[in-house]
Ligand binder design. Structure first.
Ligand code: FES
Length: 102
């Protein structure tokens, strides 16, 4: 039985799969960290600038799974609907997470 209220995060991945150029890395995921945090620990950092959800430099494409953005002042609804997210503001909310960037 889930300890979280309906609609809130009740799953997180054990790992995040990162695709950057020709690199494919599977990195352990620590609860609460952003995709930028995870990519930095993996040694393949998502490019960033503001780290505040403003500039869009950290945009990633979510290939599998779901993420939740804490703040988004850079992407429009169509971009989000197409699977793009801000890595500096996104945390995975599904058992599986695979992203592409760079
Ligand atoms: S680094 Fe600017 S929105 Fe993420």
């Amino acid at each position: 039985m889930s300890s979280t209220a309906p609609g809130l995060v009740d799953e997180i991945p054990h790992t995040v799969k990162l695709r950057s150029g020709h690199r494919r890395i599977e990195q352990p995921y620590y609860a609460g960290e952003t995709l930028v945090d995870t990519s930095c620990r993996a040694g393949v950092p998502i490019p960033t600038n503001c780290r505040a959800g403003l500039c869009g430099t950290c945009v990633v494409q979510v290939l599998k799974g779901k993420v939740r953005m804490r703040r988004n002042l850079a992407l429009d609804e169509a971009q989000v609907a197409a699977g793009f997210a801000l890595g500096c503001q996104s945390t995975p909310i599904s058992a599986e997470c695979e992203i592409r960037y760079g």
